[in-house]
Design a protein around this ligand. Structure first.
Ligand SMILES: [Zn+2]
Length: 126
């Protein structure tokens, strides 16, 4: 009887160890995927121009198409006011705004918002 209890306990612990291992692996992968966004220091997101872009990301409607095998790293995106689709990843975008400033554009902010990497600007912020 006691042996069965010990065996059950060991199996239980092994299952949990495996769950934790899978979780840590998943977390590491998510971290690596989100890393490109952290090339910009937090202060960049506080600049008035950047706050404006963040609000655009919140306010505009976007059409999003996944690209690639898992579709997570790159996508094609078109905001309502864009003339065409642009290729976008968390750290880089094809749109003219990004090319001009090399700071996150509304497309990058849209992905960051969806992933919960940045807080939405409060409504009514000037
Ligand atoms: Zn862009």
């Amino acid at each position: 009887m006691f042996k069965i209890l010990i065996a059950a306990l060991i199996i239980f612990l092994l299952i949990w160890a495996n769950k934790i291992r899978i979780y840590l692996k998943w977390q590491k992968k998510a971290e690596a995927e989100n890393k490109p966004f952290y090339r910009w220091p937090e202060s960049v997101h506080q600049e008035p121009e950047q706050r404006k872009r963040l609000r655009q990301a919140q306010a505009e409607n976007f059409q999003v198409e996944a690209v690639g095998k898992n579709g997570r790293k790159i996508c094609r995106m078109k905001a309502a006011s864009d003339p065409d689709f642009y290729f976008v990843a968390l750290g880089i975008c094809q749109c003219p705004e990004f090319k001009a400033t090399h700071k996150p554009c509304k497309h990058i902010y849209k992905i960051a918002l969806n992933k919960g990497l940045i807080q939405a600007a409060p409504e009514g912020e000037a």
